[in-house]
Design a protein around this ligand. Structure first.
Ligand SMILES: Cc1cc2nc3c(=O)[nH]c(=O)nc-3n(C[C@H](O)[C@H](O)[C@H](O)COP(=O)(O)OP(=O)(O)OC[C@H]3O[C@@H](n4cnc5c(N)ncnc54)[C@H](O)[C@@H]3O)c2cc1C
Length: 439
């Protein structure tokens, strides 16, 4: 079904196991015409409609009790325009398939997130991002969009055509229509050299501005209950290509980062008191390494250990203070956290409801192993993030509502006015959108 979310006995579940839904019916359109017909039929039956991607959002943003549109027959590359430097793909195409196909054509996206299981429409609809000094989220690389709106008509937009729709629909939260195709900017495939290196928490905090300024893509993981981090710097390189050797890559990326990490989390879940000691060992398990490869092989890695996640974007200038407060909170609390905290950045962009809309941003992501109570940790973290004008990732756990978000986003009303115009009857509504956008 082209989705790592599961569907059993008519119940749809997301990857993190935090959301389930029982849609009235499921449709897998194989063309834009079939999709438009499904939207019209839902309207005639008075049912809401929701397209899902790979179910990798932790929030209920993709859940519906109406008509669930599956992505797996709307996949593949429609067109590559080498002169314009763009590729147009069907909305249900998994990022992995896009990346592999582009590499075969000698092309690449400029930046991407940690994994590539998501569909292109699913990833962009919630603002999926990686880390970058100059390059922003996956949605910021969009040059054109095609969507089916609530009346079943097809609407296209770009910077020049329907620019008001383009500004909002690149991160549309599934609220403005069903995306059927996306045109991305691409560039000739290039090489990135990754340097992964442990670094004390205090040093990363002290040197953060410099590390950010000197590297095209800087990120780090802080291990709660320790003063240790693992940093990663990716910069363009003239080569030669030097991937992580096969056996070493398997040992570090599969055995240590997934197999051993899963076992460690099992132990931590059963005996939380062991977590600080385990954290001290695991934060030292990965040693420094350098490798050079094509972008998607450097940016993304397998994430097989299931978890739940909250992530907030704060103004980049507030990162160090926010992170120090988070560490102080964990240090003085009885919380036991076995998953590292991930820190990334993005430059300001011009997308209405992007977490980086109009401001240089830093992302702080907190995780908990699936099946471990996360509410206490996430509530305390969220209090810190919102005190620093944080904006929550639309696809990751948070408790904010339209009242709060209308103050966090200067262009919030621009988005809701467009939704009023494109979807006056709220065909694409669900409980999550009611909470974050209002009725
Ligand atoms: C292991 C893991 C790693 C992750 N890593 C990152 C990361 O590095 N960076 C980051 O920012 N996020 C990350 N995420 C979050 C994830 O990228 C987002 O939640 C993303 O939206 C999931 O995409 P999906 O294809 O699974 O879409 P879903 O979660 O299925 O849907 C997301 C939204 O897109 C909408 N949608 C889907 N298809 C369409 C369509 N055709 N038209 C209109 N709306 C549509 C849905 O209705 C829903 O609103 C990660 C999640 C997991 C589980």
């Amino acid at each position: 079904m082209g989705s790592t979310a599961s569907a059993r006995n008519g119940t749809w579940r997301n990857w993190g196991g935090t959301v389930s839904a029982r849609p009235a019916r499921e449709v897998a359109p194989a063309s834009v015409d079939e999709l438009a017909a499904a939207v019209r039929r839902a309207a005639a039956d008075g049912l809401p409609v929701k397209a899902v991607g790979a179910g990798h959002s932790f929030t209920s943003i993709a859940a519906t009790d109406g008509v669930l549109i599956r992505p797996h027959l709307l996949t593949g590359i429609r067109d590559i325009d080498r002169v314009a430097g763009t590729v147009t793909v069907e909305a249900g195409t998994p990022l992995k398939r896009l990346n592999v196909a582009l590499a075969r054509e000698g092309l690449s996206l400029t930046n991407m997130g940690d994994i590539m299981e998501q569909t292109v429409a699913g990833a962009t609809s919630t603002g999926t991002h990686g880390t970058g000094r100059d390059s922003a989220s996956v949605a910021a690389q969009i040059r054109g969009l095609e969507l089916v709106t609530a009346d079943g008509s097809v609407l296209t937009c770009s910077e020049k055509e329907n620019p008001d729709v383009f500004a909002a629909a690149r991160i549309g939260l599934g609220a403005l229509g069903i995306v059927t195709a996306i045109t991305f900017a691409v560039e000739p495939v290039f090489l990135l050299t990754a340097r992964e290196e442990p670094m004390p928490f205090e040093r990363v905090c002290a040197d953060f501005d410099q590390l950010h300024a000197e590297n095209e893509h800087f990120e780090f993981y802080w291990f709660p209950h320790t003063g240790n981090t693992n940093t990663k710097r990716n910069n363009r390189s003239a080569g030669p290509q030097r991937p992580v050797p096969g056996l070493k890559g398997w040992f570090e990326d599969e055995f240590l980062s997934n197999g051993v990490f899963r076992a460690v989390n099992w132990v931590g879940r059963a005996a939380p008191a062991t977590i600080p000691a385990i954290a001290r060992i695991s934060s030292r398990a990965l040693s420094a390494r350098t490798y050079t490869d094509i972008p998607y092989k450097v940016f993304t890695s397998p994430r097989r250990v299931r978890f739940v996640e909250m992530e907030y974007a704060v103004p980049r200038a507030a990162l160090v203070e926010t992170l120090r407060e988070l560490k102080a909170m964990v240090d003085r609390s009885p919380l036991r956290v076995s998953f590292p905290v991930e820190v990334r950045t993005a430059p300001a962009d011009d997308i209405t409801l992007s977490t980086a809309s109009g401001r240089d941003s830093a992302y702080i992501a907190v995780h908990m192993f699936k099946g471990t109570p996360y509410q206490g940790y996430f509530t305390a973290a969220e209090r810190i993030f919102t005190a620093h004008e944080g904006r929550p990732h639309w696809g990751k756990i948070h408790t904010r509502d339209a009242d709060h978000l209308s103050r966090a986003y200067p262009r919030f009303e621009e988005f809701t006015a467009l939704r009023d115009r494109l979807d006056p009857e709220r065909r694409f509504h669900n409980d999550y959108l009611r909470r974050v956008l209002g009725a």
